[in-house]
Design a protein around this ligand. Structure first.
Ligand SMILES: [Zn+2]
Length: 331
């Protein structure tokens, strides 16, 4: 088997992909209406020309909704757009994907059964693909009552199969107040929800606070930890897995240069690393391209296979599914 073949057949996993609701609805509708979908490569070119890299460009993520969100009210389209995301991943060689959704989505009546229906459709063609859903908690510190009501919805959804929680907050590039998030995290951990948080994407701020969050086992991005030996030590000591999104980091310019991406330094420091697409439609990436980008940074087949293993170990899924996936990796 030649090296590219070995790479293509490597099972991959993505622990950090946002649902991209209207982006996937556009793809599904475009196919049904026999029209071209929104041109994201032109959007990327425009953004790269007009907005400086870093925080300012990152804030433009999600600034374009190619179709109206009202299409999401149609249950069939809702299932179809989740299936489209899962299918993209399966076609790119993924055996596992975790999809992050907003609160209004995970608390929707029948959400998990529709999510599982999407998974069933894709597994008919790609039997190795498994998927789980995460809820994103945004701004937990701003409105306690609203945060508690949302937490109630997540706890209910956990009973139906919601796998985990992802925290997003402000400020993102300087230290935030984590007390309201810790309070919610204790509750989520108590009902068995996996916990991750966005941190360390644009600066070293919030990495330590995230790593110490009750029940947290993963951090979305966290790549700036590579600049600080103490943070690296903390991540290793607490066994925190990082969800690294190379194309996302490069496009938004949150690091100096992809060739200087600290992925290798994180691995060498003993941090458990996984690869992720983050916003694949907007960014024009796939999980296969993320593995290829890591290979381009000097990671070998053994390390890449290790990333998949790290992801399965850190996955917010049932013990039975984890055991099945690990057995398939070894098989
Ligand atoms: Zn993200």
């Amino acid at each position: 088997m030649s090296a590219p073949d070995a790479f293509a057949s490597l099972p991959k996993a993505d622990l950090h992909v946002h649902q991209e609701a209207t982006r996937y609805l556009d793809l599904v509708l475009a196919e049904r209406e026999c029209r071209d979908p929104y041109d994201w490569s032109a959007w990327r070119r425009r953004l790269a020309a007009e907005v400086p890299p870093g925080k300012e460009r990152l804030q433009r993520i999600g600034s374009v909704q190619p179709v109206g969100i009202e299409h999401d009210e149609d249950d069939e389209l809702f299932v179809a757009r989740f299936a489209a995301l899962m299918r993209d991943h399966a076609a790119a060689g993924a055996c596992y994907v975790e999809i992050r959704c907003g609160g209004e989505v995970v608390t929707r009546e029948g959400f998990m059964s529709m999510f599982r229906e999407a998974e069933r459709r894709v597994r008919a063609d790609f039997p190795r693909l498994r998927a789980e859903a995460l809820a994103i908690v945004i701004g937990a510190g701003q409105d306690r009552e609203r945060a508690d009501a949302f937490a109630d919805g997540c706890v209910r959804a956990a009973g139906e199969g919601l796998a985990g929680i992802d925290f997003l907050y402000a400020p993102y590039d300087t230290e935030a107040d984590w007390a309201p998030m810790y309070r919610l995290a204790e509750r989520f951990a108590g009902v068995g929800l996996g916990i991750t948080a966005h941190a360390g994407e644009v600066s070293t701020a919030n990495i330590a606070a995230a790593a110490r969050m009750p029940g947290l086992t993963r951090i979305g991005h966290g790549v700036h930890a590579a600049a600080d030996p103490e943070l690296l030590g903390l991540l290793v000591e607490r066994g925190v897995t990082l969800e690294c999104a190379l194309t996302c980091n490069e496009f938004f310019g949150v690091l100096p240069d992809l060739e200087e991406h600290p992925l290798l330094r994180l691995v060498e420091a003993g941090v458990a690393v996984t690869l992720a697409t983050d916003n694949p439609v907007q960014l024009g990436t796939t999980i296969e391209r993320e593995y290829a980008a890591a290979a381009g940074l000097g990671l070998g087949a053994r390390e890449l296979a290790g990333f998949t293993r790290n992801a399965i170990r850190a996955a917010f899924t049932s013990d039975g599914r984890r055991a099945a996936m690990l057995a398939e990796l070894d098989g």
